[in-house]
Design a protein around this ligand. Structure first.
Ligand code: ITT
Length: 214
C-alpha cells in the first residue's frame, strides 16, 4: 500500500492485529509518503503482545518495540480504549477484553449498556483515548496521544466502525461513531487526533521532510 511511490518509500510497520484499528490507521496516514505494512503481513503467526503495562502510552510502546525487535523496522503501536466515568474509568486499558474472552464486540457493548441501565444522559459521560508510539531500530521511541469526549448512548445505533462505536455518542454531532463516515470519525476520534499529533515526529524520524504548505 501507499500509492505510486510504494516500494521506494520508507516502511512503517503498523503493530496492530485489530482490523478496525488497522483500517483507520492506514486511512489517516494514507497521504504520507511512506509504505504502511501491517505486522500480520510480516509475522502472520506472531504471538499477541502481552499488554502488561498500566497506561495506554506504555502499552503502545510495548507493541511498537516488540515489532521493532522482531522485524528490525520502524514500527507504530497503538493502544486505545473507552473510559466511562460512571464506572470509574473502566473498561479503559481493558476495553478489548471487557467482560471476558467469551464476548465479541456486540457482547462487550451490550454488557456496558446493561451496567449503565437507568443512568440519565448527564451521568453517561465517557471518552475514547488512544496513544500511539513510534519506535525505531536504534531504540528511540516517541509517543503521542488523543482523546474524544462523548456519552454512552442508551441503545446501539449505526453500522459503521468497530468495537464500541454503536454506543459512543458524539454530542456535538448527535450521532454515534458507528453513524459517521470513516472521514467524519477520523476528524474527531481519539485515533485521528493521536495520529495527527504524531505526524510531525513520523515525518522527522522517517526523514519524510516537512508537511507541504498549501
Ligand atoms: P492490538 O493490540 O493488536 O492493536 P486490540 O484490539 O487488542 O488490538 P487494544 O488493546 O488497544 O487493541 O484495545 C482497544 C479496544 O478498545 C478495542 O479492541 C475496542 O474494543 C476499543 N476501541 C478502541 N478504539 C475504538 C474505536 O475507535 N471504536 C470502537 N472501539 C474502540
Amino acid at each position: 500500500m501507499g500509492g505510486d511511490g510504494a516500494g521506494c518509500w520508507p516502511r512503517l510497520v503498523l503493530a496492530t492485529r485489530n482490523p478496525g484499528k488497522l483500517r483507520e490507521m492506514r486511512a489517516i496516514l494514507a497521504d504520507l509518503p511512506l509504505e504502511t505494512v501491517p505486522v500480520a503481513e510480516l509475522l502472520p503467526a506472531g504471538p499477541q503482545v502481552r499488554e502488561t503495562a498500566v497506561s495506554f502510552a506504555e502499552n503502545a510502546i510495548l507493541k511498537a518495540q516488540s515489532a521493532v525487535r522482531r522485524l528490525g523496522l520502524p514500527a507504530l503501536g497503538e493502544d486505545s480504549g473507552l473510559e466511562v466515568d460512571a464506572l470509574g474509568g473502566l473498561p479503559g486499558i481493558h476495553s478489548a477484553r471487557f467482560g471476558g474472552p467469551g464476548l465479541d464486540d456486540e457482547g462487550r457493548y451490550q454488557k456496558l449498556l446493561a451496567m449503565l441501565e437507568g443512568l440519565p444522559p448527564a451521568a453517561r459521560t465517557a471518552r475514547f483515548r488512544a496513544a500511539v508510539a513510534v519506535a525505531l531500530p536504534g531504540g528511540a521511541v516517541y509517543v503521542a496521544e488523543g482523546r474524544c469526549e462523548g456519552l454512552i448512548a442508551t441503545a446501539p445505533r449505526g453500522r459503521g466502525g468497530f468495537g464500541y462505536d454503536p454506543v459512543f455518542l458524539v454530542p456535538e454531532l448527535g450521532r454515534t461513531f458507528a453513524e459517521l463516515t470513516p472521514d467524519e470519525k477520523a476528524a474527531v476520534s481519539h485515533r485521528g487526533r493521536a495520529l495527527r499529533a504524531a505526524r510531525p515526529l513520523i515525518r522527522q524520524v522517517l526523514a519524510l521532510g516537512p508537511e507541504p504548505v498549501d
